[in-house]
Design a protein around this ligand. Structure first.
Ligand code: GRG
Length: 290
């Protein structure tokens, strides 16, 4: 069951993130306006995870964390813009509206994505001090979203030659989705100056949360409603994608999603009561409908 408090928590933090993001697109030129179009909307799960782990790790000053949290959302948005392109997943709808290439044309959509990716790293360097922590954020995020992470996962995802084994599925999910979720959680703790023990354990718990996230994404592609999802369901089957339900069946995928949730929660719980918000977010992801 999803706790009512977590729904309230997510809504409150989303407002915080949206407000901070707005500042980064004030006085915008037309490129920034296009970038902002795609940034607008979305659940803000990755920045909220960074906030949750920042606060759980004792972080107090949100001004330290918000540029990092927003940068994570910009990278996420960039990956969605590129994922929707005709040469990738070819999706016309994203976040309940026309996807970037449908709205602005392909060339401008690509540039919006490129702009968001680089702008994120500018945000990671914002503010004075905490040089070591910012270095760690940049190192960890670049590893998770580049050719050892999202880009690698996506290249496996579009590879028609890939076999449909559980091992290949996990490899795609870990790289395409889980590493980014895990690093979002890790970054919050880094900016709160948590110990390496905490950041490492949060990262490994986050990998399980990330696998859970992609399992629920795959399941929602079958059982979800377009209006709630803000994107077109049924595309995985239409494109013959390697998904959790394709490998394990719908019930098998649900069962394994629950197992990943348990594995994540076990690891968050081991860090103490202070991290329980991450368990609640895990349950929210397990039961999400959008
Ligand atoms: C070079 C970083 C980079 C990206 C290009 C296209 C691509 C390579 C990667 C795509 C990765 C991708 C779309 C993975 C799926 C992850 C996923 C489940 C996204 C949906 O995230 P939500 O549900 O969306 O958090 P909202 O809109 O709520 O933010």
């Amino acid at each position: 069951m999803v706790d009512i408090d977590i729904v309230k928590y997510l809504a409150e933090k989303k407002v915080l993130v949206d407000k901070a993001l707005k500042n980064y697109f004030a006085n915008a030129n037309s490129l920034f306006e296009m970038m902002n179009y795609s940034v607008d909307g979305g659940k803000r799960i990755r920045p909220i995870l960074a906030i949750a782990s920042f606060e759980s790790s004792g972080g107090k000053d949100m001004n330290i964390l918000l540029p990092v949290a927003c940068g994570l959302e910009l990278i996420h948005t960039y990956s969605l813009i590129h994922d929707d392109l005709p040469s990738m997943d070819n999706d016309d709808i994203r976040r309940g509206k026309a996807s970037a290439h449908k709205k602005f044309g392909e060339a401008r959509a690509i540039l919006s994505g490129d702009g968001l990716f680089a702008y994120a790293f500018e945000l990671f360097t914002q503010g004075s001090g905490l040089i070591q922590e910012k270095y760690s954020v940049i190192k960890s995020v670049s590893e998770a979203v580049g050719p050892k992470g999202i880009v690698f996962g996506q290249s496996l995802d579009i590879d028609n030659e890939i076999d449909d084994s559980p091992k290949s599925l996990r490899r795609i999910h870990v790289n395409k989705t889980a590493k980014f979720i895990a690093v979002s959680i890790k970054c919050g703790a880094i900016m709160a100056r948590a110990s390496e023990f905490i950041t490492d354990n949060l990262y490994s718990a986050g990998l399980y949360m990330g696998l859970l996230f992609q399992y629920t994404d795959d399941i929602l592609d079958i059982v979800g409603e377009e209006k709630k999802l803000g994107k077109t369901p049924g595309k995985d089957i239409a494109f013959g994608k390697l998904t959790a339900p394709a490998v394990y069946g719908l019930e098998g995928a649900r069962f394994r999603a629950e197992r990943y949730a348990e594995l994540a929660k076990k690891r968050f719980s081991a860090l103490g009561e202070g991290f329980k918000i991450l368990n609640q977010i895990t349950d929210f992801i397990l039961y999400r409908t959008y």
